[in-house]
Write a protein that binds this ligand. Structure first.
Ligand code: NAI
Length: 527
């Protein structure tokens, strides 16, 4: 068994006054240290702050289901096939030799965190991220979901043309047992017209309230049939066009529920699925770029304390961009323009070749450097204070996506970073990035699902509070895997991949009572 797929007993124990273990919970004390800054007349008055919290994590992982919307697509079918390959330890032959299944590309299963230094050797000690707290093993996820295409999962895998033939051949009988995805809702106005040919597996009618109830019943039945404690509902269906935000329709929770009742045309399938998940008290994650989370959905999630996360998987080009742009700006170099071209030949690319669906992707890809630029007013001029709605200086940033069927799932991403350097110089970095799209995206879906399940088991309280409370419904801790992270309204989006990872690592460690990442390594700097 490949190490990333291996099961390991939970062996990490923290010995500290701040951490206690019971059969049911790990409880930890954490001091959230920061600084409050008073800015006045160009002077910064900085006051260190510290609030003490307790985290309580349920130790038993939930029996967890993953219901994907778009289960029969490239990501959905690849996810099912690779879990089954891991579960049944199927090895297959490629022209390079024998290949073992694994979970490479999953942050949780294939990356490590530095947990401290060895008490004897003084060497760094790293553990797999999945060992920090009890997490669901991907092999244990119960798989299900919906698709507007009625192809059975073995046929869907074949259609996707992602996996090696020898793996497909061996995993097909297991895929066939998953059968056909559940029928889904199809509002042609929301996805590209070129998808119509595959829409043969539909919940009949056009009554949106009836559709909502149908989806809710599907979720309940899936939970019951499989005796699940938790089911993560995951949108990995085609990218939809943006929904217009209309006062009285989708701006508040009550208006949205009323709009569903009256089958308003601006309620998208993805929003309907999100509402169904929230009303069933199950988490919903949006792996595509459209604005599923209209304000009414966020309010509904708050009302029901039900978790949501999104938007859009960050697999290739954007992941690199959020690293490279940060590297340049933090190195004191000024990107003047970032030009990104993609071409891809899978069904996602076909759908994105339509203008309105492309627009959703363009928006999702475009804000990724904003926070790094805004953080450096030495390089980029701040917005004029006396002009309402003024934007600060910003690099030119374009995104182009073209559909080229021949390259299939192997997306090509070409990026040019053109920057100003010392005393009027210019530097150009060109990157050609070839991504096997679904093989990059699938581990992200797993990470998002497993992290989401974990975050439903973590509660917190301030020292002066009696009761532990769940986290805020918008799970911004998922940002590392998402292109356009959804955050608590009124708070800032962090796009920097490093900061996103640090946040995740710091949170997991906080839950076991270890503070900070201590890259300071003070002991190595002093006598
Ligand atoms: P795909 O086109 O192969 O699969 C999408 C599936 O959704 C299809 O089987 C389609 O029949 C189904 N579908 C469409 N509307 C539906 C509805 N209303 N209900 C149920 N099923 C529906 O696409 P792929 O490559 O699997 O990507 C899925 C989504 O993930 C796309 O929106 C894509 O933009 C997004 N994404 C993919 C990334 C990747 O690297 N593969 C990266 C970032 C985002």
């Amino acid at each position: 068994i490949h190490p990333t797929a291996a099961r390991r007993p939970n062996y990490l124990t923290v010995q500290s006054q701040n951490t206690s273990y019971s059969d049911e919970f790990i409880t930890s004390k954490f001091v959230n240290r920061g600084a409050s800054v008073n800015v006045s007349n160009g002077q910064f008055l900085v006051t260190p702050t510290a609030q003490t919290y307790e985290f309580q994590t349920k130790r038993t992982v939930s029996k967890t289901g993953l219901m994907m919307i778009g289960m029969g697509g490239n990501n959905g079918s690849t996810l099912c096939a690779t879990i089954l390959a891991n579960r049944h330890n199927i090895v297959w032959h490629t022209k390079a030799g024998v290949q073992q299944p694994n979970y490479i590309g999953s942050v949780l299963r294939a990356s490590t965190v530095r947990i401290g230094t060895d008490s004897v050797t003084g060497q760094d000690v790293h553990v797999p991220v999945s060992d920090v707290l009890p997490m669901v093993h991907p092999n244990d996820l119960v798989l299900g979901g919906w698709d507007i295409s009625g192809a059975s999962l073995d046929k869907a895998m074949e259609r996707a043309q992602v996996l090696d033939y020898d793996l497909q051949r061996q995993v097909a009988p297991y895929m066939a047992l998953l059968g056909k995805p559940l029928p889904s809702i199809y509002y042609p106005d929301f996805i590209a017209a070129n998808q119509e040919a595959r829409a043969d597996n539909l919940i009949p009618g056009d009554d949106k309230q009836a559709h909502l109830e149908h989806i809710r019943a599907d979720i309940r039945k899936f939970k019951e049939d499989n005796q699940l404690d938790r089911t993560v509902i995951f949108w990995t269906a085609n990218t939809e066009r943006y929904s217009d935000i209309i006062a009285g329709v989708n701006d508040t929770a009550d208006n949205l529920l009323a709009a569903i009742k009256s089958s308003h045309s601006e309620v998208s399938p993805s929003t309907l699925f999100a509402v169904a998940a929230i009303l069933e008290g199950e988490p919903f994650v949006n792996g595509a770029p459209q604005n599923t989370f209209v304000p009414g959905v966020i309010e509904l999630a708050e009302r029901h304390q039900s978790f949501i996360g999104g938007d859009d998987l960050k697999s290739g080009q954007t992941k690199l961009k959020s690293v490279l742009a940060e590297f340049l700006v933090n190195a004191g170099i000024k990107p003047l323009s970032i030009a990104s071209y993609n071409h891809l030949g899978n069904n996602d690319g076909h759908n994105l070749s339509a203008e309105r669906q492309f627009k959703s992707k363009e928006i999702s890809k475009s804000s990724v450097v904003d926070d790094m630029v805004n953080a450096n007013r030495l390089l980029y001029k701040a917005p004029a204070e006396d002009v309402k709605g003024a934007k600060g200086e910003h690099p030119d940033h374009i995104v182009v996506i073209k559909y080229v069927p021949a390259v299939g799932d192997s997306k090509r991403a070409i990026d040019e970073y053109y920057s100003e350097i010392f005393c009027g110089g210019r530097s150009t970095i060109n990157i050609f990035n070839e991504c096997e799209d679904s093989l990059l995206a699938t581990p992200l879906i797993l990470d998002l699902t497993i992290l989401t399940e974990l975050l439903t088991r973590v509660k917190y309280r301030g020292v002066d509070k009696k009761e532990f409370a769940p986290l805020y419904p918008v799970l911004s801790l998922l940002s590392y895997m998402l292109k356009a992270p959804l955050v608590k309204p009124g708070t800032e989006v962090v796009n920097s991949l490093n900061r996103q990872r640090n946040a995740l690592e710091a949170f997991l460690k906080a839950c076991i009572g270890i503070e900070g990442s201590s890259d300071l390594l003070l002991e190595t700097r002093i006598w």
